[in-house]
Ligand binder design. Structure first.
Ligand code: ATP
Length: 191
């Protein structure tokens, strides 16, 4: 089973993320995409990062009506900071029936050479890349394991959503309905 991994802090998840995940299921050969929630690194205090389980809960709400998408908390129990190469090795071991593919934006691919053991990642895992606006042809773009997709992009970010919440604005339509309803009844990102 070809399984895509889309890593993020998802603070909170928004429809920009979901459009990419769905695009990779529809246009790539992935059976499922897992939204892998990065845990809060205790060594890096970040006030604006909501609690791990709250972010995970929102991802679960966002994907609950789509069997092609799943929320993953695999990195919560791995040593921190979690390096992608280690997470991939752990997943390959734990789910031998699955083949994992990385999903990332062209901007991330451009800095892949700084990742721990990036040669190993490139060698062993397909990487599906979606172009970001203004991005040049990505480095490694011609690597046989890299496949470039022209996915529709929305100009929204979690930062924008947090700011809107802080200002008391509605984030309806920027996040899936169940996430909107949850946020609407909570004070998450309001302070
Ligand atoms: P923040 O604004 O807090 O930095 P974010 O919206 O960029 O958050 P992340 O959790 O960092 O969200 O996103 C996970 C991945 O999704 C990152 O690789 C990020 O570049 C990418 N991403 C974020 N927003 C979009 C978008 N609108 N379209 C496509 N990819 C996106």
């Amino acid at each position: 089973m070809q399984t895509g991994l889309f890593f993020g802090s998802f603070n909170p998840i928004h429809i920009g993320h979901l459009i990419i995940a769905n695009h990779m299921v529809e246009y790539g050969d992935l059976t499922q995409v897992w939204m892998v929630v990065s845990p809060h690194n205790p060594l890096k205090p970040k006030k604006t990062l909501a609690r791990d389980f709250d972010r995970l809960h929102l991802v679960r709400l966002a994907v609950e009506d789509n069997s092609n998408l799943r929320a993953s908390n695999v990195e919560f129990d791995l040593p921190q900071p979690s390096y992608t190469v280690d997470t991939l090795a752990y997943l390959a071991d734990k789910f031998p029936e699955r083949k994992f593919t990385l999903i990332m934006g062209g901007d991330n691919l451009a800095s892949l050479h700084k990742w721990k053991n990036y040669e190993q990642i490139l060698e062993h895992y397909p990487i599906y890349v979606y172009q970001r606006p203004g991005a040049e042809k990505p480095v490694f773009g011609a690597h046989p394991n890299v496949r470039i997709f022209e996915a529709p992009l929305l100009h929204i970010s979690a930062t924008y959503i947090r700011q809107a919440r802080k200002e008391g604005k509605s984030v309806r339509y920027l996040v899936p309905d169940p996430v909107f309803e949850y946020l609407d009844g909570s004070d998450m990102y309001k302070k």
